[in-house]
Design a protein around this ligand. Structure first.
Ligand SMILES: [Fe+2]
Length: 366
């Protein structure tokens, strides 16, 4: 399946800064370019530390990004953007903030609404600079071209993909992640792991991406238990930030498969945090896919350093039962129907999975 003859396009942020204490580079970079009106898209806790970015000029903060942002949340951000007249949009936070920042950078003044840009390369252009600064190690969204937002009318995730949503500058400062609580560290770390594993085992897997995502799996295996044991372990935080970035390198050209498709209804229908949802589902899809790619599955487990992915996740302190997180058993068939409809991901899964098999998987995870 993995072949050197498969074409692939790689897009990366124009400039990428990685390193502890590098956050103020954002302000220097903006000043060099004469940018002076900033809109920072962020969540409540990060809104209190925007100073870390060293911005010089007029700073407007949209500080109410919701986890799993939906269209009303996007519309609130767009309304503030119109007022702010920013020349630079900065995503500062977890994946939700980074994704929303991408949309906020391209939609205002474009004449396009969210439903006009769903799918690949529908965005017409971008008139402002875009900077991404992650504060969790999970999504790798800082390096990518995709943004997800939930449509409350259908409870589905809308996926927008555009080269115009790629950052001019991404600054990955693992010291910004030192304060991430233990449980969020665990969920986001497994999300990064799931990105790496799903890209590595996808039908669209490519040697150019495999190199990064396999190393990402190794980094999560080595550093996630350490970061959970001691959140102030700077080396472990840096290792996870790198793993997250490597997962992000896979998301654009390859993307996730069944693990994310089957995890999505947990978030869209029952509001589980994305990382937690992925953690609960990831070991089950890995096991389901194993017969279709035994060698790659073995490589994943070796890189992770365990023969038992489910046990490994549980040892991080995550209760791996769906029921423990408020998922009602009666909703499993509807969740399976929703998941099975996410063809953009399932069509690249290495093993075909039916709606009945998804339901079976949910029951095993329940
Ligand atoms: Fe994810």
């Amino acid at each position: 399946m993995t072949t050197l003859l498969t074409p692939i396009e790689i897009l990366r942020p124009t400039r990428l800064e990685f390193g502890a204490g590098r956050a103020p580079v954002v302000g220097d970079w903006a000043a060099e370019r004469g940018l002076s009106r900033f809109l920072v898209v962020t969540g409540r806790s990060n809104a209190a530390r925007v100073d870390a970015l060293g911005l010089k000029g007029a700073v407007t903060i949209f500080g109410t990004v919701k986890p799993e942002p939906d269209i009303p949340n996007l519309h609130d951000a767009l309304a503030l953007t119109e007022q702010a007249k920013a020349d630079c949009v900065i995503g500062f936070g977890g994946g939700s903030a980074l994704d929303l920042a991408k949309l906020v950078a391209v939609l205002p003044g474009s004449g396009q609404a969210i439903h006009d840009v769903v799918g690949p390369e529908k965005v017409r252009g971008r008139g402002v600079a875009l900077v991404q600064v992650p504060t969790t190690a999970g999504t790798g969204s800082e390096a990518g071209t995709r943004a997800l937002v939930t449509d409350p009318a259908t409870q589905q995730k809308l996926a927008v993909q555009s080269r115009h949503m790629l950052a001019d500058l991404a600054v990955i400062d693992p010291d910004l992640m030192l304060s991430v609580p233990r449980s969020i560290t665990a969920f986001t770390g497994v999300d990064a792991l799931a990105h790496c594993v799903e890209c590595f085992t996808s039908k669209r897997a490519h040697p150019l991406v495999d190199l990064h995502v396999l190393e990402g799996i190794r980094l999560v295996g080595r550093y996630l238990p350490r970061a959970i044991a001691d959140g102030s372990d700077r080396e472990a935080r840096a290792g996870l930030a790198l793993a997250s970035l490597y997962g992000g390198y896979g998301l654009g050209p390859v993307n996730t498969t069944a693990g994310h498709a089957i995890a999505y209804p947990l978030g869209t229908r029952h509001h589980l945090a994305h990382g937690l949802a992925c953690a609960l589902i990831f070991p089950h899809t890995l096991a389901f896919n194993a017969p279709a790619m035994p060698e790659k599955t073995q490589a994943v487990l070796e890189a992770l350093g365990t023969p038992d992915a489910l046990g490994w996740c549980a040892a991080l302190g995550i209760d791996m039962r769906l029921r423990a997180h408020g998922i009602p058993e009666a909703d499993l068939p509807a969740m399976a129907k929703d998941a099975h409809a996410i063809r953009r991901l399932l069509d690249n899964n290495p093993r075909d999975i039916s709606e009945a098999e998804i339901l079976d998987l949910y029951r095993r995870a329940f």
